[in-house]
Design a protein around this ligand. Structure first.
Ligand code: PGA
Length: 261
């Protein structure tokens, strides 16, 4: 795992977008795993701006999102399909046919999980998975105690996640209590993982995921099992890390990071 700390959230998002764009430039028929949430909005704004400037081409890119609320149709403003169209897909030259999310309206939940897994496999697997982390340590909607071997499935959300996300729903009680999510095992199958964590409120959970023990109580800690992970944080989110000197040392001195400093 490599940990890169940037001065603020905007710089962290810009670096995240650059890593994604450079990976797409190196392999134009790219399978990109995407995430939603407030943290990612500035990453997508940056990718859209780069696309507009002709710096990155999404015409051959396929995307697979981590999760979708169960019971929300794509046109619902709170669905993650709506979020993705609004923040990214409508602003870049991607073929919408190649953008995938679990179908929140699927009648057969078990079959939907299997269909999504098969679609990722058929595409050739994910080249890169973008991750945020929830305050309870979740990646995707893999809430505490989700198995590290889990695959795409329906998952009940925790009361804490419900309280946190229902502020976006009007009225709040209309938020679904369950979601489809890629499993931790699905995420770990991606060739690379890029995790973005910003804000002082996430400092405690960031330290647990990055430096704490492996535990399904913090599903984000599963990234420690993956051979190619970059975690990008701002100063606030990095404030409880104990190996800070080492992380800065690597970023300042490793040749691979030369163009990103
Ligand atoms: P956030 O969501 O970016 O809105 O904090 C992160 C997550 O829950 O994965």
């Amino acid at each position: 795992m490599e940990v890169i700390i940037q001065p603020d959230a905007a710089a962290a998002a810009r670096l995240t977008a650059r890593l994604i764009a450079d990976a797409v430039k190196a392999k134009p028929a790219f399978n990109l795993g995407l995430a939603t949430g407030a943290t990612m909005e500035s990453v997508y704004a940056e990718l859209a701006a780069m696309n507009k400037r002709g710096e990155v081409d999404f015409s051959r890119v396929s995307t697979f999102n981590l999760d979708e609320y169960i019971g929300l149709p794509p046109e619902d403003k709170n669905s993650y399909r709506y979020y993705m169209n609004f923040h990214l897909f409508d602003k870049i030259n991607i073929d919408k046919q190649n953008t995938h999310l679990p179908d929140g309206m699927a009648a057969d939940e078990v079959a939907e999980g299997a269909r999504y897994e098969a679609a990722i496999k058929q595409a050739g697997g994910l080249d890169l998975q973008l991750l945020g982390i929830g305050s309870d340590g979740h990646i995707g909607f893999n809430e505490p105690l989700s198995s590290f071997a889990s695959r795409t499935r329906a998952k009940p959300l925790t009361p804490a996640t419900y309280r946190q996300n229902s502020i976006y729903f009007d009225p709040p009680e209309t938020m679904p209590m369950r979601a489809f999510t890629m499993g931790v095992g699905t995420i770990l199958d991606a060739k690379r993982i890029v995790m973005l964590i910003t804000g002082a409120k996430k400092a405690g959970i960031a330290a647990k995921a990055i430096e704490g023990p492996l535990t399904s109580m913090v599903t984000g800690s599963a990234i420690q099992l993956h051979p190619s992970v970059v975690v990008i944080l701002d100063e606030g989110a990095a404030s409880q890390l104990t190996m800070r000197e080492y992380y800065d040392w690597v970023f300042a001195n490793e040749p691979k990071w030369k163009n990103y400093r």
